[in-house]
Ligand binder design. Structure first.
Ligand SMILES: C[S@@+](CC[C@H](N)C(=O)[O-])C[C@H]1O[C@@H](n2cnc3c(N)ncnc32)[C@H](O)[C@@H]1O
Length: 812
């Protein structure tokens, strides 16, 4: 026991017999103020489609029975995953820190549950996926389900497949609450199986994944978006978004009802944020696979805890306005923003004032996902190295950051809006403790909502109402009775003492005190806990929060600076960026280089002339209001849907947004065109218009362009174009009407659309961007960003399949 004072800390000798002490983890990745505590942030990158594994002896997933008693020297072999660089064996004789900690936390009711829990954690995770709910994928989904019927809903005529070691694979399970499926087999077994049915299932998954008809995603990770209930008119913010499984889920939900907003785009939008610029670009790549749906998306790069509130003018500073800009500037900014239809109905005052009841301005978002960085022990089935690396201090090091991000989330929410706070951790210090403190700090502004009826069919557990604060020191487990106790305990290192927060301990439970006073604890049972044995998934935690009032503001002091701003943690409510627009730490703020600015007038005029001909003038002018660029030479013209434009450009605080990427690139300058922006039709590129239409741009432009540059094609001609991507097809190869219409056009981009003549499905073929060359040929020229080079072929093949299916069904 050494010299430590054990009066306030209960010490448990480690029960290890053998087994090396746990390795200290890597240092903190970002702002968790954990002192000397090691931080371990796990990113639940649940891209189950990362087929980078190269080992072949598949592990078999079955719902594991409780483990039998083990021989003394027996090893537990953990599932093979796509990260094979760590040891996959555990000694059956030693109890890990992880097990000891959670047994003490009583996260499960009894020994039977505990055995099932461990057995599942040590078994591989079954493959799960969800079908797209985007309106434009409806027919594709129907086709995929028709094609996969035999694989997904086996009957007596289809014998169940077997794994290579002879075990019968359980049948797939439908997950109605998320339009998903869970297969009876894990990723590695599926990928390397010799069974014909399993091989066909793998091919089916890869084929439909490549066209966005289905997305592979862990079941637990689908929960936040499912309980948020995103609708096409919602403004959604994903505060910690990369790698983007929940972002893409929200973006798909936004496009579920087809095109319902201004200009044909959904009225809502999705803002996806991440602290790490590289992970932001990963997010961009992943979302780009959704094609034109990104018209309503922006990707930003902020610390989530300081994400700017678009409802607060740029010029505000604590206690007043930025020196040199003053109230006039604010008034002007507000007037401009109002004229542009700035988001939110909040009072625009920078601070809580007497007029608005002493409350802060509300945020601009209807739905927020706060999937915070966490210790990630719920992902043990995908990341078995956590068994040996795990320490309770990982959670402690993240608690304060998680709370700040959640608090910022509440500030950014509209009144009436919902936020999900989630982690892929079992740890109550990262889960219920954060939610309890959030409820305490936000007072009457928020309420915790019971989300069970939003995910019917999902087996879940209630949130915990009590737990312990435990650390490990030199392989010993210490249980800390209270914050005050551990601050007085000189035997604990200074770093460790600093890492504690009073909010880590459970709140007072509901009941009657000895003095007869009735107290009400927070209703933490309403939180959602997922454990692996319920539904054969990973571990997850989610809490649904509803904002019912604006946050209460600080009480003003004589200096005009709020006392709340001086309080610890206050930066989560009052943006640190309050000084933006003037001096930051005495240094002038650098100009922002991430803004989307309206495309130059001459470019817009030229685009309207080129594409508005044939009755599209008005619609083109409407589209021009949403066309932006980021370069002075206007190399690219990007369309931002009215919903995302409100956030990204028109909002009175939009200048603060570090926007990495937004919208759909509709045109890009031809490489052989030099100099100025527009220049009208003709000129450059062998007489072609200086801007080339992009693949996704065609989908957006088709809603606005006139008929002058449209070619309405029968299916035969469309197939002709798509069979040989990138090849020049002479006009004489097309039906005479199409060839003649093309000959009447000047060279450059044209919009080719499928002429529907029968009962074929509506989304068999989207509008295509096709190049009409000066030599009189048509060429499909789809350019893809790095990492998606294989996508054009897959997209073309998918369209060809749909066209063939329609011909069989008597359409076209
Ligand atoms: C658990 S992962 C998010 C997973 C993601 N929601 C998904 O479903 O694909 C946490 C993410 O938060 C990011 N992150 C960590 N600290 C952050 C902070 N302070 N602000 C914003 N993002 C942060 C990490 O870069 C990481 O991508």
């Amino acid at each position: 026991m050494g010299k430590r004072n054990r009066s306030r800390a209960m010490v448990l000798a480690r029960k290890r017999r053998g087994g090396a002490p746990a390795k200290p983890a890597a240092g903190a990745k970002d702002g968790g103020d954990a002192g000397a505590i090691p931080n371990k942030i796990t990113f639940d990158d649940d891209d189950d489609d990362d087929d980078d594994d190269d080992d072949g002896d598949g592990d078999v997933r079955e719902v594991p029975p409780p483990p039998p008693p083990r021989a003394p020297d027996e090893k537990i072999v953990l599932p093979r995953t796509s990260a094979p660089w760590f040891s996959r064996t555990l000694s059956a004789r030693s109890t890990t820190h992880f097990e000891e900690y959670y047994r003490r936390q009583n996260i499960l009711a009894d020994e039977r549950e505990w055995s099932a829990f461990l057995a599942h954690l040590r078994a591989p995770l079954p493959v799960t996926f969800r079908m797209s709910i985007m309106a434009s994928h409806r027919a594709g989904v129907e086709e995929a389900l028709r094609e996969g019927k035999r694989l997904l809903t086996p009957g007596a005529e289809n014998p169940r497949p077997r794994t290579d070691d002879g075990r019968v694979v359980p049948p797939p399970r439908r997950l109605d609450w998320c339009d998903g499926w869970q297969l009876g087999v894990d990723k590695m077994t599926l990928k390397y199986s010799r069974d014909a049915t399993l091989r066909e299932t793998q091919r089916w998954l890869v084929k439909h994944n490549s066209t966005g008809v289905l997305t592979r995603q862990a079941v637990d990770s689908m929960v936040p978006a499912a309980i948020l209930g995103v609708e096409p008119h919602h403004a959604v913010l994903d505060l910690c978004a990369s790698p983007g499984s929940k972002t893409t889920q929200c973006l798909e939900a936004l496009h579920a009802g087809g095109e319902t907003g201004g200009g044909g785009a959904p009225a809502g939008c999705v803002a996806a944020n991440d602290i790490d610029p590289r992970r932001c670009y990963f997010l961009v790549r992943r979302c780009a696979a959704l094609g034109a749906a990104t018209q309503a998306l922006m990707v930003t790069n902020h610390h989530a805890q300081w994400f700017p509130n678009g409802n607060v003018p740029l010029t505000t500073v604590a206690g007043g306005t930025t020196p040199g800009r003053g109230r006039d500037a604010i008034a002007k900014a507000i007037a401009k923003a109002k004229a542009n239809g700035a988001p939110g109905s909040a009072p625009l005052a920078p601070f809580a004032t007497r007029e608005d009841g002493g409350r802060y301005p509300e945020g601009s978002f209807d739905r927020i996902i706060c999937d915070v960085p966490c210790s990630g022990d719920g992902t043990l089935r995908k990341n078995p190295q956590i068994w040996s690396e795990w320490r309770p201090e990982f959670a402690m090091g993240l608690h304060a950051l998680q709370l700040r991000i959640a608090q910022r989330g509440v500030a950014l929410l509209k009144v009436g809006g919902y936020m999900v706070y989630s982690t892929c951790s079992f740890n109550p210090v990262e889960n219920e403790a954060v939610v309890a403190e959030l409820l305490r700090r936000c007072g009457d502004a928020i309420e915790l909502v019971d989300a069970s009826d939003r995910v019917k069919g999902l087996r879940r557990r209630e949130g915990m109402t009590t737990w312990k604060v435990i650390t490990t020191v030199d392989d010993e487990i210490l249980e800390h009775a209270s914050y005050e106790d551990c601050q007085r305990d000189a035997s604990l290192g200074v770093g460790l003492r600093r890492a504690f927060r009073p909010s880590m301990w459970p709140p007072v439970a509901s009941g009657v005190t000895r003095l007869g006073v009735r107290v009400r604890g927070p209703p933490l049972r309403r939180c959602v806990r997922l454990v692996p044995q319920d539904g054969d998934m990973g571990g997850f935690f989610a809490a649904l929060i509803r904002k019912v009032k604006p946050l209460r503001g600080p009480s003003p002091t004589s200096e005009g600076v709020s006392t709340a701003m001086k309080a610890p943690g206050a930066s989560a409510i009052v943006p640190r960026a309050m000084a933006i627009g003037g001096l930051v730490g005495g240094v002038p703020r650098p100009p922002l280089e991430h803004r989307y600015v309206p495309a130059p007038e001459e470019v817009l005029d030229a685009l309207t002339r080129e594409w508005g001909g044939g009755g599209g003038g008005d619609a083109m002018r409407e589209m021009c209001a949403c066309l932006f660029t980021r370069s002075t030479s206007c190399r690219r013209v990007t369309y931002l849907s009215p919903g995302i434009k409100k956030m990204c450009v028109d909002a009175i605080g939009a200048e603060r947004l570090k926007c990495v990427w937004s919208g759909v690139r509709v045109w890009e300058k031809r490489d052989d065109v030099r100099g100025g922006g527009g220049g009208g039709g003709g000129g450059g590129g062998g007489g072609a218009f200086p801007y080339r239409l992009t693949k996704e741009g065609a989908v957006v432009l088709a809603r606005h362009a006139g008929d002058a540059r449209r070619l309405l094609m029968p299916a035969r001609d469309v197939k002709q174009l798509l069979r040989d991507l990138g090849a020049d097809v002479p006009l004489k190869a097309f039906t005479p009407a199409v060839a003649n219409a093309a000959r009447a056009m000047t060279p450059g981009s044209v919009l080719c659309e499928l002429k529907k003549v029968g009962g074929g499905s509506d989304d068999a073929c989207p509008p295509l961007a096709v190049e009409l060359t000066p030599e009189g040929t048509l060429r499909v020229e789809w350019r893809y960003r790095k990492g998606l080079e294989g996508a054009p072929k897959a997209a073309a093949a998918a369209i060809l399949r749909k066209l063939d299916a329609n011909s069989r069904d008597g359409g076209y």
